[in-house]
Design a protein around this ligand. Structure first.
Ligand code: HAS
Length: 543
């Protein structure tokens, strides 16, 4: 059981995350309706403003609050309650993140930060938008302190013992996060804030985007790894099975620290100012970052098969039938995993330099990130919520809510399938992303896109219904469900190896290799971007 004080800390993160999900999801539907020309926004709200709010609230705010709420609960569950100074740090982190979120959202709603969630220069926002983002990041540093110092003191008190897998994974995720944020912190403090206050007239655009993607790509693994924590640690227990291999799981997380950062150029393959050689180097490293996901796929299949066979399954695929399909705690993450097979294949297409020429800046990429973050990760987060919210509130997931939960998951699956399939297919015929108008005055190139846009709005409508149902069920689980105790599922290893290869917990080695790879991949191109920079750009506010 997570103690009451730490449960409260997690719950406040979830309340904020779910509020962001509701508002951000509503803005998402508006976008699809505008693009398919079924809705004209009121004059004081414009498409790009709605697009910015959608991206910031879902991709940045919902995820970050949910992830910290989940990590706090898991760390406390596996290492014991937080000492009061750590809990205090976590609360300070929460308040700073909340202040930053309120600042950024208010400025977006005032149309003073219509710069999309990637805040690409030369689009310029109010300086207070960037300051709001800085608050969010500083908040996460307090949160990281709470978790990492808890892990360190656990290790001091348990000399020679293997650390709990969940906490190890949380620390690995935060190490990745701390290194990644160096890029965005540098860009925001040295470039965006002085430029938006008018202290500097121009900005080095290519450098700002490079620093953004130094952060932006590992950011997607900051979203993914908490889903992997649930897959590795909690799903095996839910299916009545075992964790296939503790060491494999740890190694996968460590490989993400190494390979998720020096790969940002795969988002800039079509940008000038970066030589082909460095793009090539980072594409090769991108292919390396696929490996830990392939390891994860292998481990998941192994866990499923072992669990099924222990329950008497025979034949090549007999184990598949033994999985607990009627349990929403399993169904949701499983569908998320299934989505990740085509989603990962799409990522590999994006990363392939030549094929990127076809898909970059088309709505294919929007489709890619809706089935990665919007399906794989979010479905897993939904699955977690169904057991974690009642666990933290001392209530139980009833059969009735479990059944309604399955409807919610199916609605999400169908909605996401329709929407992202339409995005992928029309993207292949050139339908652009980040654009309000897609009919191009009836030009024949755009002739097929209209029906795809309508399909996206149908998918978007189902998704919003699914969010309404989810929020309703969460309110029920938090406040009305019968009192009792819901399990926090923590899996056991298939073969209990008390000894862990020492190298796997030697953080200095992994961090040193990560820094080395980053220096190799970024030093020369960044020097080039500074030394050979064209004149910088003033800021633009178009809407
Ligand atoms: Fe990506 C663009 C490449 C993964 C998110 N990506 C984006 C953007 C976002 C995003 C948000 O190289 C857009 C940014 C923007 O606004 O411009 N991505 C990749 C690659 C991977 C990848 C190589 N992306 C993700 C994940 C995301 C995410 C994860 C969010 C969480 N992405 C790119 C590239 C671009 C890009 C280019 C730039 C495009 C452009 O031109 O702008 C890899 O990490 C994928 C590896 C995954 C696998 C799949 C393993 C499968 C598993 C499931 C097993 C299933 C089981 C269930 C066990 C190899 C683990 C069994 C099921 C049964 C049915 C039996």
């Amino acid at each position: 059981m997570v103690n009451a004080l730490d449960a409260r800390l997690s719950m406040y993160h979830f309340y904020t995350a779910f509020a962001a999900l509701l508002i951000g999801g509503f803005f998402g539907l508006l976008q699809t309706l505008v693009r398919s020309e079924q809705l004209t926004l009121p004059v004081d709200l414009n498409y790009y403003q709605v697009l910015t709010a959608h991206g910031v609230l879902l991709a940045l705010v919902f995820t970050t609050f949910f992830i910290f709420g989940f990590m706090y609960a898991g760390v406390v569950k596996t290492t014991g309650e937080f000492a009061s100074h750590r809990r205090k740090a976590a609360w300070i982190g929460f308040v700073l993140m909340l202040i930053g979120t309120i600042m950024a959202t208010t400025l977006i709603l005032m149309n003073k930060a219509t710069v999309l969630y990637t805040f690409y220069a030369p689009l310029q926002a109010s300086p207070f938008f960037y300051i709001g983002l800085a608050f969010i990041i500083i908040g996460t540093y307090f949160a990281a302190y709470a978790i990492i110092s808890q892990y360190r003191s656990w290790r001091k008190e348990h000399k020679g013992e293997k650390s709990p897998l969940f906490t190890f994974m949380a620390v690995a995720t935060l190490v990745l996060w701390l290194i990644a944020t160096i890029g965005v912190v540098t860009a925001v403090t040295l470039q965006y804030i002085p430029w938006s206050f008018g202290w500097t007239e121009t900005i080095n655009v290519a450098l700002s985007r490079t620093l953004f993607w130094f952060f932006g790509h590992p950011l997607v693994y900051f979203w993914l790894l908490p889903a992997y924590m649930a897959w590795y640690v909690t799903v095996p227990k839910i299916i009545g099975g075992k964790i296939f291999s503790d060491s494999l799981a740890r190694l996968a997380f460590l490989l993400f620290i190494l390979f998720s950062i020096p790969v940002g150029f795969h988002h800039q393959l079509l940008e000038p100012g970066i030589s082909e050689v460095w793009k090539y180097v980072q594409v090769v490293l991108t292919f390396a970052v696929i490996i830990p996901s392939l390891m994860t796929a292998f481990a998941m299949f192994a866990s499923f098969e072992i669990a099924g066979r222990e329950k008497g399954a025979t034949g090549l695929l007999g184990w598949f039938k033994k999985l607990p399909w009627s349990d929403v705690r399993f169904l949701a993450p499983f569908i998320g995993m299934a989505f990740f097979i085509p989603a990962g294949a799409g990522g590999i297409i994006n990363a392939s330099h030549q094929m990127n020429q076809v898909v970059h800046n088309t709505i294919w990429v929007t489709g890619h990130f809706h089935i990665t973050i919007g399906a794989t990760v979010i479905l897993t987060f939904f699955g977690i919520s169904y057991w974690l919210i009642p666990h933290l509130k001392g209530r139980v997931l009833t059969k009735h809510i479990n059944n309604l939960g399955k409807y919610q998951i199916v609605l999400w699956t169908v909605g996401m399938f329709i929407m992202s399939a339409a995005m992928h297919f029309s993207g292949l015929s050139g339908n652009p992303r980040r654009t309000q108008i897609t009919s191009y005055n009836g030009h024949e190139a755009a002739a097929s896109w209209g029906s795809y846009e309508v399909a996206m709005s149908v998918g978007g409508t189902l998704l919003l219904f699914s969010i309404f149902l989810f929020i309703g069920l969460m309110i029920n689980l938090a406040f009305w469900a019968p009192k009792g105790s819901e399990e926090f599922p923590i899996g056991e290893e298939f073969e209990d190896t008390h000894q862990l290869p020492k190298l796997l917990e030697n953080w200095k080695v992994w961090i040193a290799i990560a820094i080395l790879l980053i220096l190799i991949a970024y030093t020369i191109p960044v020097i080039d971007l500074i030394q050979d920079a064209p004149p910088g750009s003033p800021g633009y506010q178009f809407w």
